[in-house]
Design a protein around this ligand. Structure first.
Ligand SMILES: [Zn+2]
Length: 169
């Protein structure tokens, strides 16, 4: 089922998600629906708060559905190591048509549980590292505009307010 994507400035996006404690059919269904919703929006990552569920769940697929092995499920994820810097364009399904450069670590190692509750660690660099950081931020209630400079954030927020006034957001 395709779920409705929550847009900025919905307050659920600013709230840290609750940890997941039960790995049941309900969770598995939510994860399947999150993948479907992410593909529908042509996104490469999606966090549960973006579909209105305040929980620490992330799905990622850099192939956008083309490579089954690229499907990643991160439950209760955390970044346990990071190094270097990168400064690249990012977008977000909760900020349609907005894309700005954001400063991130170049490499990260994450620790997370899969859909069955099994813990694993994984390294990511470049796009994957950026995706890990962007999506794990969502589970902490941090949206990517708050990783931009104050000046850029102000410009983006002004653009959104204008779109809101015109009924286009
Ligand atoms: Zn996002």
């Amino acid at each position: 089922m395709i779920l409705k994507i929550v847009k900025y400035p919905d307050p659920i996006l600013a709230r840290p998600g609750e940890p997941v404690t039960e790995f049941n059919d309900e969770l598995r269904q939510l994860i399947a629906d999150m993948f479907e919703s992410m593909y529908a929006g042509q996104g490469v990552g999606l966090a549960a708060p973006q579909v209105g569920v305040s929980k620490r769940i992330v799905v990622i697929d850099l192939s956008v559905g083309k490579q089954p092995k690229d499907k990643l499920v991160l439950v209760n994820p955390e970044i346990i190591f990071s190094e270097g810097k990168q400064y690249q364009e990012e977008g977000c399904l909760s900020f349609p048509d907005i894309s700005e450069k954001v400063s991130r670590a170049a490499k990260v190692r994450i620790r997370a549980q899969d859909g069955k509750g099994k813990w694993y660690e994984m390294d990511g660099e470049d796009v994957l590292a950026r995706c890990f950081q962007h999506e794990i931020d969502h589970t902490d209630g941090i949206q990517f505009i708050f990783r931009m400079s104050a000046l850029k954030r102000d410009l983006v927020q002004r653009k959104i307010r204008k779109l809101q006034r015109e009924g286009k957001w």
